[in-house]
Design a protein around this ligand. Structure first.
Ligand SMILES: [Zn+2]
Ligand SMILES: [Zn+2]
Length: 228
């Protein structure tokens, strides 16, 4: 490309166009070491705000928090939120009676991991539009239970009816996390042991026989008790 000198301003115009921004466009406070200026460059917006102020704004629940608070230029794609339905059930109730039955740490962990994975299925356009019903959450949790069902569980794995409200609320937290992430990320690492295991353990009143990593898959005597 050839340069276009006629597009350049004169030196006087150049100086006239320099803007010193002394105050934050959100809190109107002066900038300093703890309130540092952040220059937005997004579309037509070239506003300057305190970095903490624009971050607080952009992460708020305001309907237009994805826009510049001054010029309303759209700055980013608004993160989606799960659409929970207060009425709970989608059209039907399958009326199944559930029992409870996990008692070793590794098996419990496998269920929690499986639950995390299947609940990602609720991040879909269909659920974003029509809402996530309690029955959808239960259906997905049952899928996680089915994923774990094998010959060790002769009668299958189920959840007691009185445990459903608690496990649904943990499921909602997982779904919120999925929506915040916006993409599928595995439930490895710290959240599994530090957040989801304790949460589900409390809800299901698990009394796990073995400590993390102590399960021996080859030891038949250390099997999985079924009760309910
Ligand atoms: Zn500010
Ligand atoms: Zn702006």
């Amino acid at each position: 490309m050839t340069s276009q000198p006629e597009a350049l301003p004169s030196r006087r115009e150049f100086f006239n166009n320099i803007v010193v921004v002394e105050r934050c466009g959100i809190c109107m406070g002066p900038f300093d070491g703890t309130h540092q200026p952040a220059h937005i460059k997004s579309g037509k917006c070239e506003h300057t705000f305190g970095i903490t102020c624009i971050r607080k704004w952009a992460e708020s629940d305001q309907a237009n928090s994805h826009m510049c608070p001054l010029c309303r230029e759209v700055l980013f794609v608004r993160p989606k939120k799960p659409n929970f339905q207060p009425s709970g059930v989608r059209g039907h109730d399958n009326g199944t009676i559930w029992i409870h039955g996990l008692c070793t740490h590794d098996r419990a962990k496998a269920f929690v991991r499986s639950m995390w994975t299947v609940l990602w299925g609720l991040f879909q356009d269909d659920y974003q539009q029509n809402g996530i019903f309690d029955s959808d959450i239960e259906e997905h949790i049952n899928r996680a239970l089915n994923d774990l069902t094998d010959e060790s569980y002769h009668s299958g794995l189920h959840i007691l009816s009185e445990h459903w409200p608690g496990i649904r609320s943990v499921a909602r937290c997982m779904i919120v996390k999925h929506y915040e992430n916006g993409y599928y990320c595995g439930c490895g690492g710290e959240d599994l042991e530090k957040v989801w295991m304790p949460a589900i353990s409390a809800v299901l009143e698990w009394e796990l026989h073995s400590a993390p990593g102590e399960d021996d898959e080859d030891d038949e005597d250390d099997g999985y008790d079924i009760y309910g």
